[in-house]
Design a binder for this molecule. Structure first.
Ligand code: MN
Length: 319
């Protein structure tokens, strides 16, 4: 009853923070400050208290992506800013792959969700049989052909799967198609585009919306999601956590908030349960956008929620 989670791939409890202060996957400013705020609020010492030895890598350091964000010629078809998204995610990919190969649990602090193109590709390079658990209000599975907004933070999953590959901008053609439609499960969905619904249905993707959370309860939904990824319960798990999965009443400072989300406890329960499996190999915490807090409390709530997601994923328990 009082067992602490153990991480079977990381007996030495070595972990790397990959800082990914990138906002080019969407139009709003501020999400590039996510890593800075998480660090300033003490995420590193909080995780160290759980027994992890942490190294920090900054693959985007010295780059000028935030300045290049305003370059209006960086478009391809419907896609906005594919050059900087392609370049940034490739740097993040290399960093995540290196961390995985060095035997470290990889924790990437975003940044918008386009960075998952790099993080997931990096994890799967080392763990090709891994499953991807995607916690989000949105499915992020638009292709360049289905996206309305043209924002690439709504497309990372399709690039990783190679859906509509003929439509990819040149700068994203490096992305390895590591992800099978059978190796992803979603929890928290409630704002899914028509084109995305079609893709989810066509491929029989395991997608648990807020309806399912209400219908079955969070425990059952997590069990069904884990089962869909890996019926044996033994394979590696990459947890990609968009903080907008949690209801905006708890997490207001994020780019695309949608009402009717996970409670704070439901949001953390997912992380606790994944930690309990012992199979976690990588975690992304994305879409913390301090500039979108209307007041100081909004910023504090959102940043501390991001830290709580990391702590619960990395071994914090209530007892
Ligand atoms: Mn997302």
């Amino acid at each position: 009853m009082f067992d602490e989670p153990t991480y079977k791939h990381f007996p030495k409890k070595e972990l790397s923070f990959i800082l990914a202060p990138f906002s080019g996957g969407q139009g709003k400013g501020g999400v590039e400050d996510g890593p800075k705020y998480l660090l300033r609020a003490g995420i590193q010492s909080e995780i160290e208290k759980l027994g992890w030895e942490i190294t920090i890598d900054e693959p985007l350091k010295g780059q000028d992506f935030e300045e290049r964000k305003n370059n209006e010629t960086d478009v391809h078809g419907n896609c906005k800013r594919p050059q900087i998204v392609g370049e940034a995610t490739k740097l993040i990919y290399k960093s995540c792959k290196k961390s995985a190969e060095e035997g470290k649990l990889t924790v990437t602090l975003g940044g918008d969700h386009s960075i998952a193109i790099g993080t997931v590709a990096g994890s799967f390079a080392k763990y090709p049989d891994a499953g991807l658990l995607w916690i989000d209000a949105h499915a992020d599975i638009n292709t360049p052909l289905t996206t309305d907004s043209g924002n690439l933070h709504g497309c990372p999953v399709s690039f990783l799967m190679g859906l509509a590959k003929e439509s990819y901008p040149p700068d994203l053609q490096w992305v390895p198609q590591v992800l099978s439609t059978k190796k992803i499960a979603y929890i928290g969905l409630r704002d899914v585009d028509e084109g995305e619904k079609k893709i989810l249905k066509e491929h029989g993707i395991a997608a648990f919306s807020m309806y399912h959370v209400d219908r079955y309860g969070i425990n059952k939904v997590v069990e069904m999601a884990l089962e869909a990824l890996d019926p044996t319960g033994t394979l590696p798990i990459h947890l990609s956590y968009d903080v907008d999965a949690i209801d905006p009443q708890y997490v207001p400072a994020t780019g695309t908030p949608v009402r009717g989300g996970l409670t704070f406890r439901e949001g953390l329960f997912i992380c606790e349960r994944v930690a309990e499996t012992g199979n976690l190999v990588a975690l992304d915490v994305v879409e913390v956008n301090p500039s979108l807090g209307v007041n100081e409390m909004h910023i504090i709530d959102t940043v501390t929620a991001g830290i709580a997601v990391a702590k619960c994923s990395l071994g914090e328990t209530l007892l």
